[in-house]
Design a protein around this ligand. Sequence first.
Ligand code: AMP
Length: 450
Amino acid sequence: MQLNTLDTSPSFSSLLLDESLLKAINKMGFLYPTPVQQQAIPPALEYKDLLVSAETGSGKTAAFLLPALQHLLTIPTKRYGTRVLVLAPTRELAKQIFLQCESLIEFTELKAGIITGGDDFRLQQNMLRRNTEIVIATPGRLLELMEQEAHDFTNLEVLILDEADRMLDMGFSEDVLTIINSCNTQKQTLLFSATLSHSGVIKMANKVLTNYETLTLNTLHDGHRNIEQQIVLADDGDHKQKLLAWLLLNESYDKALIFTNTRLNADALRGPLRGQKLRVGVLHGEMDQKDRNRMMELYRDGSVNIMIATDLAARGLDIKGINLVINFDVPRNGINYVHRIGRTGRIDELGLAITLVKHTEWNLMSGIERFLKQKFTRRSVKELQGSYKGPKKLKGSGKSVGSKAKVEPKKKVAEKIKVRHRDVKNVGKRRAPTNKTLTPEKAVIQESES
Ligand code: AMP
């Protein structure tokens, strides 16, 4: 299905890109620029700062790489040092940007390098010393290297911040600003974010961009028209496991991606699914980089066609042929939901996203529907009917009646906290935080991998 690119779209050659880039684009099979590419490439070629809202799957990587590469090819320099720096929140996303960059520069003399946590520190030091023109990095490891090597980016010409909303959510704000402070102030900055409704993103844009243009390509509320979104009600975890196995055995798909909210659940699902002779892999933040890379390769080449992943591990995952996403756990918020289902139904593909919902997750799910201003299709599996049919009574908001947790008066909560502090002092030890005390956002940060 042709979705984002139409026969009437301008061609890549009308964007006046270098022949070597057009040759690479052709080899990569891109026929027409996607909307984000059509809108972002021309102003970026004029060396303007941009704030762009575009999601993974929209073609945003080429939208920022192509003008940056064109700049490198048309403006030769005698100065040394990195000329283009791309910052991304996770290793997987950095790797994908790097791979796309390698394909785009195939017919040029340009060199690109990648810097992420988990990979060899010394090799990365050497790469920085060699004055590689294009560096793609996660902020944590890059800063570590910069501190050890006294490396800076005084000759930088283009800075790209990809998935800035996620970088902020993961607590990288300070690191990113420290890196930016070591950069040439005359550079061009392109800031890409899945959403512009994140107040931190606008603050960051105002700090780091100059006379910038804003391009709003899509918002989280646009809906994913090429993704069929369904929910299936479940009685409990056991019932969910059976439903999951049934769906994986009966749906037709090339690759399926299963999301859980915790590493524990991800690991726990592998055995039962393998028991059904399904080709399953697991991807989460506690695995070392080598295992994660190997797992990604097996998934990419189809040796395993079902991947169970946590949110962060799957962030930015760009693998062709994922046409089924199943949320084993309802995601903790609407943004995570959008990122999860965005793994399917990518450019020119159709996708199916199914969320398994038990009674304790109903309100979370209806909150996500409200957030997206969408109602998911209710579906049941005849062979595995459960007893839970949804709340008996619904509020106007879609939440179940009578399910609101009692809110303690503020004064009482403050007193409780005081007592707890006193207890902790008396014992002379700090209590280790448990997952229970984490907000969803902090839980994500705890899973941070950079
Ligand atoms: P991205 O949003 O950058 O993660 O891109 C999503 C996928 O779309 C990647 O697999 C790209 O290789 C692919 N892609 C990017 N631009 C185009 C295009 N103009 N036509 C077809 N596919 C594209």
